[in-house]
Design a binder for this molecule. Structure first.
Ligand code: GLC
Length: 530
């Protein structure tokens, strides 16, 4: 269709491997399980790429984001042959396979850290960040862990503290040591040589910190986090414990490694930075860093036409020339979309996600409108939720709902998190046979996007519209479409459209028909213009 590389025209689907499909009956999803659902992904749903969250060997303190071996598969998920079979099955269907890369920290059970903590003069000592207590015995500085408490853990054996931006079981690697970069890049090559198509980089902006480890200042009185609440962590401005400018050199090196491979490999960074300019800097001055920093701005936006439009426009306005945007409405760290904005609005959100300019990422289960599960405090698995009541992420990580059989067809065993209560009605099989279902809406949107150069690669322009409506045009040489999204529950007049035809309505009852004069409550339309 175009000179655009695959990662610009594709749609990514995020799989949380513990929760997608269990092939062994141990109640935890695995790689052969994912492979067994490849037809669903490629044909039934019709996405173009999958991103699989970590499946590496790990003590699972943070469910795989604590890696104890960067170049293997946790036996719970299968083995390296299962991984190769998965990539092969994806590629045979034209799907790209993206995996998670966790550079900021390893597990404390990684052999590198085991060595590092064994003595002060161990050759791997400097692979992690060790510091003496202050003369009065207190912590080296005031940095706090994302997951609660100080980001320093005292180690009795050697009498020093080590840095951990997340759990104490996730010690931060010292990327200022060239040996660390070399070893970590070897890990990347291992997967690149196995034909993975790209990486999602965990907390990419956290990797490089202030080399002097200076204290973070307190936030000004009127400061308000743009992301979800982290308790005491939010009382500091995190100017020294992440986001250091040396990240840019690291990602230039990383990109050079990716670019040495053919066919084209791709990278998307998990970057939570409220300042748009700084966020955009991760594309690189010459577009030589990450292909994209994830754009999380819509996840925490109040659900209103003005708010969403202003965030889209803000993002568009800071993109460096030639940089490619991306959109995301949910992931394994965030409350489920439907439970944030409601079921009707979530259909409008699906249209928004799949019609805006840029590469969309769908979180598994959002296509069947899976809801946030209410997990009793005593059943909480997520360490963050156990440290900070209310912060737990289990609710968005429950097993995928395939059908109405026990455990939703996810597993013949006892599932690691409970299946959500409504699975008997809300599942893939049931929704496939309901023409108006959420799943069939996603399928229609994905199928339409595939045939529409305007949606895949066209320009974006906001169109003036009555209050409550967000309308924008997408245009390419091959055609022009108008997207009109009603963010309210009431009917709203359509902007003036000449001679259009409805390609797709979120209500699914006027597809192919004339353009109505009003949009119904929570209705979205894709209109083909002559
Ligand atoms: C990222 C991941 C999250 C994990 C954290 C620490 O934010 O998305 O799930 O807990 O990094 O690795």
């Amino acid at each position: 269709m175009s000179a655009h590389p695959w990662w610009q025209t594709t749609v990514i689907y995020q799989i949380y491997p513990r929760s997608f499909m269990d092939s062994t009956g141990n109640g935890v999803g695995d790689l052969p399980g994912i492979t067994s659902r490849m037809d669903y992904l490629a044909d039934t749903l019709g996405v173009g790429a999958i991103w699989i969250s970590p499946f590496y060997p790990s003590p699972m303190a943070d469910f795989g984001y604590d890696v104890s071996n960067y170049t293997d598969v946790h036996p719970m998920f299968g083995n390296i042959n299962d991984f190769d079979a998965l990539v092969d099955a994806a590629h045979r269907r034209g799907l790209k396979a993206i995996i998670d890369w966790v550079p900021n920290h390893s597990s404390d059970e990684h052999p590198w850290f085991v060595e590092s903590r064994s003595s002060r003069d161990n050759p791997k000592r400097d692979w992690y960040v060790w510091r003496d207590p202050k003369p009065d015995g207190s912590l080296p500085n005031n940095w706090l862990s994302f997951f609660g408490g100080p980001s320093w853990e005292f180690d009795d054996t050697t009498g020093q503290y080590y840095l951990h931006s997340f759990l104490a079981k996730q010690p931060d690697l010292n990327w200022r040591n060239p040996e660390v970069q070399e070893a970590m890049f070897e890990g990347l090559q291992f997967w690149l040589d196995r034909d993975v198509d790209g990486f999602r980089i965990d907390v990419a902006h956290v990797v490089m910190k202030d080399p002097e480890l200076r204290d973070n200042p307190r936030v000004p009185e009127d400061w308000k986090s743009k992301f979800k609440s982290h308790g005491e962590y939010d009382t500091f401005l995190h100017i020294h414990d992440k986001g250091h400018e040396d990240n840019h050199q690291l990602f230039r090196d990383f990109r050079a490694l990716l670019d040495s491979y053919q066919p084209v490999r791709y990278s998307v960074g998990e970057i939570h930075i409220p300042d748009w300019e700084e966020w955009a800097s991760y594309y690189g001055e010459d577009l030589d860093e990450l292909h994209m920093p994830y754009n999380f701005s819509m996840i925490h936006a109040p659900w209103s036409a003005d708010e969403i439009a202003s965030r889209v426009n803000a993002m568009e306005s800071v993109l460096p020339a030639g940089a490619w945007p991306n959109q995301v409405l949910g992931n394994h760290d965030e409350k489920r979309l439907v439970s944030r904005i409601g079921a009707d609005a979530a259909r409008v959100a699906a249209m928004l996600l799949l019609t805006l300019r840029g590469t969309p990422t769908i979180y598994y289960g959002d296509e069947i409108a899976m809801t946030e599960a209410d997990i009793a405090p005593e059943d909480q698995q997520d360490p963050w939720g156990r440290n900070l009541p209310g912060a737990g992420r289990d609710g968005c990580r429950t097993p995928m709902q395939w059908d109405a059989s026990p455990s939703a067809g996810f597993s013949p065993g006892t599932t690691w998190l409970p299946v959500t209560a409504d699975y008997a009605n809300r599942n893939v099989e049931a929704q496939l046979s309901e023409p108006g279902s959420n799943l069939n809406l996603y399928r229609a949107l994905l199928a339409y996007r595939k045939t529409s150069p305007a949606l895949q690669t066209g320009t974006y322009e906001q169109i003036e519209a009555p209050d409550g409506l967000y309308a924008f045009a997408r245009e390419s040489e091959q055609g022009r479409v108008l997207i009109a999204l009603n963010f309210t529950e009431d009917a709203v007049a359509m902007p003036d459209v000449v001679n259009g035809k409805v390609a797709l309505s979120t209500h699914r009852d006027i597809d192919g028909g004339d353009v109505p004069t009003t949009l119904r409550g929570s209705e979205g339309l894709i209109i083909e213009l002559p």
